[in-house]
Ligand binder design. Structure first.
Ligand code: NI
Length: 303
């Protein structure tokens, strides 16, 4: 209009239906441009009553127009302004990939693994709900005996990206058993878990954290212990349980809970939120070791 010599910005008359449609199409094509501005495409055939009066022909091809951020700022609706302010903020909506299946580099990020022992139990389903809602991964050291009674929960845990390890069939103190007894406790459990999850068991947790060289040799798997013991089996207050889980957490650490304890399950969302706020990424045991758990030995953390 300026180059056609127009001196006024007042509209001569309203645009006709066809032009209004083109404007609508242009607005619908709007995408975020560089530096907080917006870009949109004006379709071919665009004109306006003023331009027609000035003898300017309609456009013959689509025009890409960019509105810089300061112009957008003055024109945007309240919703548009909210949208612009939120751009670049971390995503907090639903996730397409389960937390345990996301690739995480624990050499760069402060990772921590939450582990739950002695299940599955009647509280495990709620824990799985909470983990899913919090987009957090965990590792379950299950008892073969319990898994045989609640197989659906073991399957569900794996389907939702969590890891399942072995905690023996019936929770004996392994150093007190013969090599044959140790193998029987583990082999029976591993056969069941393999059938349920479709994956071989890759780590085990000795009951009570008790092991010796003979146990490790017989197990032929790495023993995963813990760096933070919440002592949730002793029935601490919620405050004490929360404090030990959150304050004692360190990068590469492993936190011990029991999904047989309703308080540990109830507090899971608050603990996960607090760990996230401290900057931790919650991962499975395998992720904690960057996908490469050492084949032998006993570990209290990934460090
Ligand atoms: Ni146990």
């Amino acid at each position: 209009r300026r180059s056609a010599g127009a001196l006024s910005t007042a509209p001569a008359r309203s645009a006709d239906q066809a032009q209004a449609e083109r404007l609508r199409a242009a607005l619908a094509s709007t995408v975020p441009g560089a530096d907080g501005g917006l870009a949109f495409v004006l379709p071919a055939g665009f004109s306006s009553p003023e331009l027609e009066d000035l003898g300017v022909p309609a456009t013959t091809e689509p025009l890409v127009l960019e509105a810089p951020a300061d112009v957008v700022e003055t024109l945007a609706s309240p919703f548009g302004k909210r949208l612009a302010a939120a751009s670049g903020a971390p995503y907090t909506g639903p996730h397409a990939v389960a937390a345990g299946r996301e690739w995480v580099d624990c050499t760069l990020l402060p990772c921590i693994a939450l582990t739950y022992d002695d299940g599955p139990s009647r509280h495990t389903a709620r824990l799985l709900d909470e983990l899913r809602a919090s987009h957090a991964a965990a590792t379950f050291y299950v008892l073969g005996e319990s898994a045989s009674k609640l197989p659906g929960l073991v399957r569900r845990a794996v389907q939702e990206g969590h890891e399942v390890g072995s905690h023996t069939w019936s929770h004996p103190s392994l150093p007190r058993l013969s090599v044959r007894g140790i193998r029987a406790q583990l082999d029976r459990t591993h056969r069941l878990l393999r059938t349920l999850t479709g994956k071989p068991v890759t780590t085990f947790r000795p009951p009570y954290g008790l092991y010796n060289a003979r146990v490790l040799r017989a197990a032929r798997l790495p023993a995963i212990l813990w760096s933070v013991d919440t002592r949730d089996w002793e029935g601490p207050s919620s405050r004490k349980l929360f404090a030990s889980a959150v304050r004692e957490a360190t990068p590469g650490g492993i936190v011990l809970f029991h999904d047989t304890k309703p308080r540990s399950v109830r507090l899971a969302p608050a603990i996960i939120r607090a760990l996230h706020r401290r900057g931790f990424t919650l991962v499975t045991i395998t992720q904690l070791f960057n996908g490469d758990v050492p084949a032998r030995g006993a570990y209290r953390s990934a460090n």
